[in-house]
Design a binder for this molecule. Sequence first.
Ligand code: CAO
Length: 549
Amino acid sequence: MGIETIKIPDLGGGDGVEVIEVCVAVGDTVAAEDSLLVLESDKASMEVPAPMAGVVKAISLKVGDTVNEGDVILELEVKAEIEGASASAPVSEKAAPEPVAPQNTPEPAAAPAPEKTAVVSAEQEVVVPDIGTGDQVELIELCVAVGDELEEGDSLVVLESDKASMEVPAPFAGTVSAIAVKLGDKVGQGTLLLKMKTAAELSPTEPSTTVEASSAPVAEAPVSTPTSTPVSAPAPVQETASEPTVVSQAGVYAGPAVRKLAREFGIPLEKVAGTGPRNRIVKEDLHAFVKTLTAKGPQSASAGSGIPAVPEVDFSQFGEIDIQPLTKLHKLTAANMHRSWLNVPHVTQYDDADITELEDFRKGLKAEAEKRGVKMTPLPFLLKAAASALLSNPKFNASMSADGENMVFKKYVHIGIAVDTPAGLVVPVLRDVDKKSLWELAAESAELAQKAKDRKLKPADMQGGCFTISSLGNIGGTGFTPIINTPEVAILGVSKLAVKPVWDGANFVPRQMLPLSLSYDHRAINGADAGKFFTEMGAVLADIRRLLL
Ligand code: CAO
């Protein structure tokens, strides 16, 4: 065992950098490379990793301190075997953070001085400067768009390595004329970032030049003359005036670890309020952001996915109100509807089925129905017609696998019926509809509807459906757009029967027309399939003898 004093490593040529996060506490066991501190200058932040594993015994710094190379960070108790390893690598070398700023930061806008003959608009290439590492780093923010007018020092891009993020400022004032990079690109010293036009005194024949932007230093760094080497193979330049991939997060202050976490969870950093020094976003802010989203429920969760949330309104300011909590069933139904509506591309097709003869037949069954103690409504006929169409159109009697890779075709025909109850909407399922008689279906649907209203349905009564019928016919309306009961791929809406004039080839005759609306999942079913399904259903409803065929 031994105590190692861990000090601020070489900061890449700068001094006086602020401690904005202390990532460890006394008593913590840290592994080599664990973050100890986060330091930040005006333009860059970096994490200082532990040079070795050990237990933190004392911490000499606190948030807000300004530190320089060599300042003591903390005392680390190191085990014997680790000590040996540390002895061969001095703390100052091992603890060096991912360099953020080069020792010799090139002077901004130090393009080679051209011959001065006239004032013209010159285009200059801006490349990634010496960023103190030979590795390629990721471009995580593009702060400008083509056409932007920039001042010298305005942020162009933010680059991020495992341990540090850094802004690359404009080396001179000008207008962005082309952007050569996009988010996620891996770049290194000399990579062409963009082109800028600047009014400069140049020879009219002066070719476009290349200027290295100075990566934002941690602190003031000694200035050296830049290398103005044109990039030999520049990345393709996007000349479009409004580049859609440009995302400006300029002004977002967050360290690499926070940015990484935000990316992993898809949190838009620009929407997170930073509570750290100078409004820096710290991990706790991300936690609070996610907690707020989850606490606000599904509506706000959708806001997180880019859908604007409906603003909360205090209705009592307009008059008397009565707030009643939603039932559990209502909330469940609402969540299912919302999920289906957001996940499934719905298409709804409308048609009227001529059920004049069906109605005559149904009404003729009234006496027998009474004897049997059942009510023969249009619903059992709709169930039979739907079962017939499902069998001859298997795409409707199917579900998409959750990964979107397969269609699951069902060899059974179980159909759900939407039942309106005081507690909310439920969908009990009638099994093997294709194999049952109209009388059986009439009895069973009435029984299930009654059970639903009495809240006596069991979960199994509502599972296994292949297709749903939602009948508002006894209530009214000429048509509606039913929402698919996922993972089913289609639903039939039934509206109120109406007598309409229909042209029979010689005359308009009064026919009893049943308005139907068929919503289907357009990922699984196309319009032609739906047209065929509808035509077949309509034919069966128009002449139920077809059920015998
Ligand atoms: N047009 C005109 N009249 C119709 C009809 C239609 N399309 N469908 C049914 N009717 C008639 C029936 O023939 C019956 O008339 P009689 O009393 O004269 O015989 C009357 O309307 C009542 O029928 P019903 O409601 O008792 O039976 P049903 O088989 O038609 O429906 C059920 C059963 C459970 C589907 C229904 O009661 C129900 O709850 N419907 C609401 C479903 C719903 O809310 N869907 C919305 C989902 S999306 O928000």
